[in-house]
Design a protein around this ligand. Structure first.
Ligand code: PLP
Length: 261
């Protein structure tokens, strides 16, 4: 019997030893949404519910070799990037992805919820000049918007200005996540012409570790399943909202969202 193969989605990101964010969240999301998940590991974090205790980057040759192995044989219908740690790794990944005929979802990871840096400060310029131009969708939170563009979002009315500043750096779509603004969480998606606002109920649950990774992976998964960008983002929001509602306690700190629903 031949079984048809599911769409393939690649994450290029950092490992979270605690299993709540990074590569581990990405692969769990992909499993939950019915695609085949593949992983290129850029960095390894020592991490738990209390924060990131340390991280180690892989050599650029090791990252490039993983990319070549996966893309040269299996291929991908969508790619997601997360924690890339350093300028040389951002450059390596951007170069490899510039030749890939698949949508690329870039989560421009800067710091963790605990405030631990996951990207070297000097790599921000490389993210702007090399990675964002190859992106189909970029998914910054408000802190990342400010780091990448200098735009400070104070209320919902600033979201479009923030998204336009992200679009000026070259991606096809910007999804600005306004979850940290007061009131109901609202995210704004635009390609410069069309604009979509996604609102969700606020869940009073502190166990939200891995939210950003999960959203970006869900967008990539739905793109690989054939949805267009606005529809993929809508479905991904629905999935991450359910995962946040079911987030659970682990360790003494912030627990993960629940991918298995
Ligand atoms: N660890 C890794 C490897 C990540 O990629 C990320 C976020 O992208 C985090 C930790 C931070 O996750 P959170 O901010 O949801 O705690």
């Amino acid at each position: 019997m031949t079984v048809s193969s599911p769409p393939r989605v690649l994450t290029v990101a950092g490992s979270d030893s605690g299993g709540g964010a990074g590569i581990q969240a990405d692969l769990k999301t992909m499993l939950a949404l019915g695609v085949h998940g593949m992983s290129v590991i850029a960095a390894v974090t020592a991490q738990n519910s209390l924060g990131v205790q340390g991280y180690w980057e892989l050599p650029p040759e090791a990252v490039r070799a993983q990319l070549d192995s996966v893309l040269g044989d299996i291929g991908a219908q969508a790619v997601k990037t997360g924690m890339l740690a350093s300028a040389v790794l951002v450059e390596t990944v951007a170069e490899a992805l510039s030749g890939v005929d698949a949508p690329v979802v870039v989560d421009p990871v800067g710091v963790s919820k605990h405030g631990d840096a996951l990207l070297a400060p000097e790599a921000v310029e490389t993210v702007k000049s090399r990675l964002l131009p190859v992106a189909t969708v970029v998914t910054p939170n408000l802190w990342e918007v400010s780091q990448l563009t200098g735009v400070k979002v104070e209320d919902e009315r600033d979201l479009r200005r923030a998204a336009d500043a992200i679009l000026a750096l070259g991606p096809a779509w910007a999804l600005v996540k306004g979850g940290h603004l007061p009131g109901a969480p609202v995210d704004l998606l635009t390609d410069g012409d069309r604009e979509f606002r996604f609102t969700a109920e606020r869940h009073d649950n502190r166990h939200t570790h891995g939210t950003g990774c999960t959203l970006a992976s869900a967008v990539a998964s739905w793109l690989a399943l054939g949805e267009d960008v606005p529809s993929a983002v809508g479905k991904a929001k629905e999935y991450v909202t359910g995962a946040i509602a079911r987030g659970f306690a682990l360790g003494a700190g912030i627990g993960p969202v629940d991918h298995a629903w």
